[in-house]
Ligand binder design. Structure first.
Ligand code: DGL
Length: 287
């Protein structure tokens, strides 16, 4: 049941400019937020991390959809007219239903965008061999969303996917620099790359994975293009706003970022500050 205060707040903010909402199950979306802020330094942002319920990658389709819809409604109620699902799992399992089934009833003027389509668009322009590897959460890999997007856009590209269920927990538990990360990153990269020696591009199909980048680079063979999504999503958003001036006009521009987490805010603030390179004071809230 949608919360009636949330519904009232969504109605009250309809048609008024607001911040861009950026949502992830936890810390991963920070890797997208950083690029978005570089691309749109004057825009206001609200970052929402559902750390209290992360990881999403091993959860059912129904639960990821339910949690993601709650998050989108939460961000709408705080005035966002545009929400980026900076999470592959949520993009794979919830984006289409929210866009097609829920948005028309909530507020047809608002928009929710994901990260899979822009990443798939970029991959086809980067690979030379046409052999591409994808690492992602079990949910993203099982959804076959990348397979479907690439089949539509670049039918000749051959995709080799591999689920890495331990990578998000390593990040969420601050173990990204530890020896456990070495073990799992090495093992999973070897598994996916052994599919075809011609693989020349690796999609990091989970926004948490750039937080493991030093380990990924350590075990990735030379010559492999490792593709984090932040800059791709930021470029795609700039293009979207150029094509949709009516949405561009709905973004407030004071250069602020609010951080909200469903877990302990101190832990979130510490990791976010280290990653964003500035002081962060996150607030706790429930969805
Ligand atoms: N950052 C999310 C993604 O891109 C991680 C999902 C999770 O919580 O497992 O898929």
């Amino acid at each position: 049941m949608p919360n009636s205060n949330t519904s009232q707040a969504i109605q009250a903010t309809a048609g008024h400019p607001g911040p861009i909402g950026v949502f992830d199950s936890g810390y991963g979306g920070l890797t997208v937020l950083r690029s978005l802020r570089q691309a749109l330094p004057e825009a206001d942002f609200i970052y929402l991390g559902d750390n209290g319920r992360a990881p999403y990658g091993t959860r059912s389709f129904e639960l990821v959809y339910e949690f993601t819809l709650q998050a989108v409604r939460y961000l709408f109620a705080r005035g966002c007219q545009l929400v980026i699902l900076a999470c592959n799992t949520a993009s794979a399992k919830a984006l289409r239903s929210i866009q097609q089934r829920d948005l028309p009833g909530i507020d047809p003027a608002r928009r929710v965008l994901g990260v899979i389509r822009p990443t798939a668009e970029a991959v086809g322009t980067i690979t030379k061999s046409g052999a591409v590897a994808l690492v992602g959460t079990p949910g993203t890999v099982a959804s076959q969303s990348y397979d479907m997007e690439l089949a539509k856009l670049y039918p000749s590209v051959k995709l080799y996917s591999h689920a890495c269920p331990m990578w998000v927990p390593l990040v969420e538990n601050m173990e990204a620099e530890g020896p456990g990360a070495d073990y799992f990153v090495k093992r999973d990269l070897e598994a996916v790359l052994s599919n075809n020696p011609a693989i020349d591009t690796l999609i990091l199909g989970c926004t948490h994975y750039p937080l493991l980048l030093s380990k990924i680079r350590k075990y990735a063979p030379e010559g492999l293009t490792v593709l984090p999504q932040g800059d791709i999503v930021a470029a795609s958003l700039l293009d979207y706003l150029r094509r949709h001036p009516e949405m561009d006009a709905m973004i407030t521009r004071n250069g602020t970022t609010d951080y909200i987490t469903t877990e302990a805010p101190d832990k979130f603030s510490a990791l976010a500050a280290a990653f964003m390179g500035e002081a962060v004071t996150a607030r706790h809230d429930s969805l």
